[in-house]
Design a protein around this ligand. Sequence first.
Ligand code: PMP
Length: 427
Amino acid sequence: MAPQSLSPQLYQSFLSDLAKERKPSPIRGLYPLEAKPGLISLLAGKPNASTFPLTSVTLTSHSPTDPEKRTLITTEISGKELAEGLQYGPTAGLPSLVGWVYGLQEKVHGRKKGEGWGVTIGGGSQDVIYKAVSSLVNRGEPVLVESPVYAGVLPMFQALHCDLIEVETDANGISSSSLRNTLQNWPSSKPKPKVLYTVPYGCNPTGMTATTERRREVLGLAREYNLIILEDDPYYYLYYGDAPRPPSYFALELEQPEVGRVLRFDSLSKILSSGLRIGFASGPEELLRAIDMHTAISSLQTSSLTQAIAFALLNQWGYDDFITHTQTVSAFYRQKRDVFEAAMQKYLKGLAEWESPEAGMFFWFKLLLDDNDSEALVRTKAYENGVLALPGTVFLPDGRKTPYVRARSACSTGIKQMKLAGGWARR
Ligand code: PMP
């Protein structure tokens, strides 16, 4: 039986007061009227494009099907595509790139366009995550976050003085039993949480990937306790584990009796370029509309030109070559993981403990220290010895002491780094 979509009214109860207060932009709100055939639109303050000096943009990329990187592909952006790239565009993103994302989500996650979900493009996934948080969470509200958690979202919640409720994680990703335990024992006097934040593949910082079983249980709990899952997944395409990859929450939702509890965030940062600043949210249209209202106020839209560049490249490649490219990238990171782990075995064995990551770019290791606090070592001795890493405390919502350290394993000088790390850890 096909899953039921949640009712649009239900989403109203998830929206923050700020999101409910936001009014549509008086100008952007009228954009759809411009679609009327034959209309002469004098609406938006679009500069006359004939005054823009750029006449074409030429992109040259490696062919995704040639891992030796000998074949180059040239793509020219001109004509209508360039005109779109140089002009103001729709708040949710250029229709060409939005259309490409719909196709990708269908191919990769089995979600078909027109089945009650939408897409919105942001300036990196960070941008859309922040807008989602501000659209969903009120000041002081409780929020469920996996712990340790991506340090980049903590300031979003902390600025709102949220009550951050930590959900434990282990080598199998987020612990559904910790989540169940928290929800079952939720004090009746306390407002209920609406949102769960998780990074399901190659989690930043732990590098762990949640198993399918865990994901199913988390989805079931989201339904039982009326939660929206913020699936922050920039490392999806950096999965290099030996086991078949688990489906995303966005895909697994289709197995549930109802869909619409997952707001998914993807990023082109790790697979095309982090400087492009393109990320996208896919999920319930009511929530995306709230994000778009934020964008319409804050930046009007994500850069048309970077969207046009991303689209030109992706469209030239096609989906199959895109996937091939992501496989090359993930194989690269797997090899970095192996080099880094070999160095860890050599220099940190007996001094640290770790689980081997199956996705992403990070190693999360526990230093076997007497005082269980990695901060002083990381900030002083490691730094003095030429190594900069992150003390685990920055990934904990309450900033408590921890013996953990996060190191980026994708460094080209991994062995040298770990030699140095071995040196300071022994002191
Ligand atoms: N989420 C996580 C878990 C990340 O690690 C990062 C990047 N460090 C982001 C979001 C932001 O990525 P983007 O470049 O797409 O904004």
